[in-house]
Design a protein around this ligand. Structure first.
Ligand SMILES: C[S@@+](CC[C@H](N)C(=O)[O-])C[C@H]1O[C@@H](n2cnc3c(N)ncnc32)[C@H](O)[C@@H]1O
Length: 254
C-alpha cells in the first residue's frame, strides 16, 4: 500500500469488514442522483470511488454505466468489495497517494471517509488525479441524534469524545478547507433525510462496524453491543435508524 492510514481505521476496518457490510447503511437515491447530475457522471466517465470500503457507495455508481474504479487501503475491505461488485476495478492506495496518472478521472467520490484523510494532502492528490473541470463529491450518513434513543446510543459509544479530530466531521468547515487548497470551485452542500431499516442483529452489526469497536476485544465489544440493544427494547422487530445524509461537491478549477 502507498501512504499510511490512521491506526484505528487500519485495525477496525480490517477486523470488521463482515459486520461493516451487514451493519452499515447504504445512501439515499436522491443523494446519488444529485451527485451524478452535478458531477456530470455518464457512460463516458471514469469515476474513482475513493476509500470504497466494502462498496456501499460504489454499488450505487454501477447503474450509471460509468467506468467505476475504486481505491481502498484495507485488504479485507477490498476482498469483500470484489465479491460484491465484480464490475469494479479495484486498487490498493490511499487518498494521499492514488495509483493513477494525472488527469485520469472525470469524477471522484468519497463516502463516509473524508474525515480519515489528511485533508490538504488528499485534496491536492484528488486534484492531480482529476481532469480539468472534473468533479469531487463527498458525503456522510450522520446519525440523527435528536431522536432520543439515537442520542443515547451516541453517548454510550462516546465516539466524539474518544476521537474528536475524526468524529466531529459534521462540525468541520469543509468549505474553508476546500477554499484554502485553491484547487477547486466553491464547495456546495445539501442534506437528505435517510432511514436505515434494521432489526436487532442489524443494529448489533452497526455497532460492531464502528472502527474502534471492531478493534476491541470480543467481551468488551459484545458488552457495548448489549448496552445499545437495551435502548431498542421497546421498538418493534424492525425499526428505523434515522440519519441525515450530508452531501458536499465542487469541481477542479480548469
Ligand atoms: C467508514 S468506511 C467507508 C467505506 C465506504 N465508502 C462506505 O461508504 O461504506 C471508511 C473507509 O475509509 C478507508 N480509509 C481510511 N483512511 C484512508 C485513507 N487515508 N485513504 C483512503 N482510504 C482510507 C477505510 O479503510 C475504510 O474502508
Amino acid at each position: 500500500m502507498s501512504g499510511r492510514i490512521h491506526d484505528v481505521a487500519a485495525a477496525g476496518f480490517s477486523a470488521g469488514s463482515g459486520a461493516y457490510d451487514r451493519g452499515r447503511p447504504s445512501y439515499p437515491q436522491e443523494a446519488v442522483d444529485l451527485i451524478v447530475a452535478e458531477l456530470g457522471i455518464d457512460r463516458d466517465t471514469t469515476v474513482v470511488d475513493l476509500a470504497a470500503g466494502t462498496g456501499k457507495f460504489t454499488a450505487l455508481l454501477v447503474p450509471t454505466g460509468a467506468d467505476v474504479v475504486v481505491v481502498e487501503p484495507v485488504a479485507e475491505m477490498r476482498e469483500t468489495l470484489a465479491r460484491a461488485i465484480p464490475e469494479a476495478e479495484i486498487h490498493d492506495g490511499t487518498a494521499e497517494h492514488m495509483p493513477f496518472p494525472d488527469g485520469f478521472a472525470g469524477a471522484v467520490t468519497v463516502a463516509q471517509a473524508f474525515h480519515w484523510f489528511d485533508a490538504d494532502e488528499a485534496l491536492s492528490e484528488i486534484a492531480r488525479v482529476l481532469e480539468p473541470g472534473g468533479g469531487l463529491a463527498f458525503l456522510w450518513n450522520r446519525r440523527d441524534e435528536s431522536v432520543p434513543w439515537v442520542g443515547e446510543m451516541s453517548r454510550i459509544l462516546r465516539w466524539r469524545e474518544r476521537y474528536p479530530h475524526i468524529a466531529n466531521y459534521d462540525r468541520v468547515d469543509w468549505a474553508a478547507i476546500v477554499a484554502r487548497s485553491g484547487l477547486f470551485t466553491d464547495l456546495r452542500h445539501t442534506a437528505f433525510r435517510y432511514d436505515q431499516d434494521l432489526d436487532r442483529e442489524g443494529l448489533a452489526d452497526r455497532v460492531r462496524s464502528i472502527s474502534y469497536v471492531a478493534a476491541m476485544d470480543e467481551s468488551q465489544r459484545e458488552a457495548l453491543v448489549q448496552q445499545v440493544l437495551r435502548l431498542v427494547a421497546d421498538q418493534p422487530e424492525r425499526f428505523p435508524l434515522p440519519y441525515m445524509t450530508l452531501v458536499f461537491w465542487c469541481s477542479k478549477r480548469s
